[in-house]
Design a protein around this ligand. Structure first.
Ligand code: DC
Length: 233
């Protein structure tokens, strides 16, 4: 069986394990992987560090100027362990972009039209030669509407909150409560799906993956089989 190089778009709700599934699939089939959520998180970190977000309000003109001037350069760097880390202006910011401080306001930054435009442009450039797995919210609808494989990942809010809570605990956060994480997950769902700019929605030709009750192995096989089906000539 010969396989052609395709584009794989993985969208869906937050904390559905999109990046884990996308990374695993990319490694298995030798594709590049791009985490677009990390890009919005990096812009958010930049905005917080430069005091461009005050009481939930963003200084949009200033942020626009920074983007225009090229002050916010986001790249990905592979580590010795075979992982990929997010780099903001030359510095590894992986740890900071996953903090609650960033999680709590990232939806506001991701709802700004000019921010999305700048990120989408970079994402399309990264995928111009195909052969990549990209995860996010608008990959199958806006970034790569012609992607050969589109997945829409979902799971119940409680299952997703538990996953993020466990992740925070594993990273040494002992103060955030499960209720706070659940509230954050629910609030982000609401903002992501109701925003004016590229709201989170399932592309008509996307396949739904509800992994509330799936093991990682089952999920990986499901994705791999879908890939084989879409990539065969
Ligand atoms: O997947 P994540 O939780 O790291 O995403 C962080 C935020 O960025 C989330 O609020 C949704 C937003 N996002 C987006 O609007 N579009 C994307 N392509 C990826 C993420």
């Amino acid at each position: 069986m010969t396989l052609k190089k395709i584009t794989i778009a993985i969208d869906g709700h937050s904390s559905t394990g999109k990046s884990t599934m996308a990374k695993t699939l990319a490694r298995r089939i030798g594709y590049a992987y791009v985490d677009t959520g990390a890009m919005y998180r990096a812009v958010t970190l930049f905005a917080l560090r430069n005091k461009l977000i005050r009481r939930g309000k963003v200084d949009e003109p200033a942020l626009k100027d920074h983007l225009k001037r090229g002050d916010i350069v986001i790249t990905f760097r592979p580590t010795k362990e075979g992982k990929s880390v997010t780099v903001l202006n030359g510095k590894n910011v992986e740890r900071y972009i996953r903090s609650m401080r960033v999680s709590n306001v990232v939806s506001i930054i991701a709802a700004i039209g000019f921010v999305r435009k700048a990120m989408v442009k970079q994402q399309q450039a990264m995928g111009k030669d195909k052969g990549l797995v990209m995860d996010g919210r608008d990959i199958g609808t806006v970034v790569f509407p012609d992607a050969e494989m589109k997945v829409f990942a979902t799971a119940s809010a409680e299952v997703r909150a538990q996953r993020r809570y466990d992740e925070l605990r594993a990273k040494g956060d002992t103060t955030t409560t499960f209720e706070e994480v659940l509230a954050n997950v629910t609030e982000r769902d609401r903002i992501d799906s109701t925003r004016k700019e590229s709201p989170l929605r399932q592309a008509d030709d996307a396949v739904v993956l509800d992994n509330s009750h799936m093991t990682l192995e089952e999920q990986d096989e499901w994705l791999y089989n879908l890939y084989l089906d879409r990539a065969k000539n």
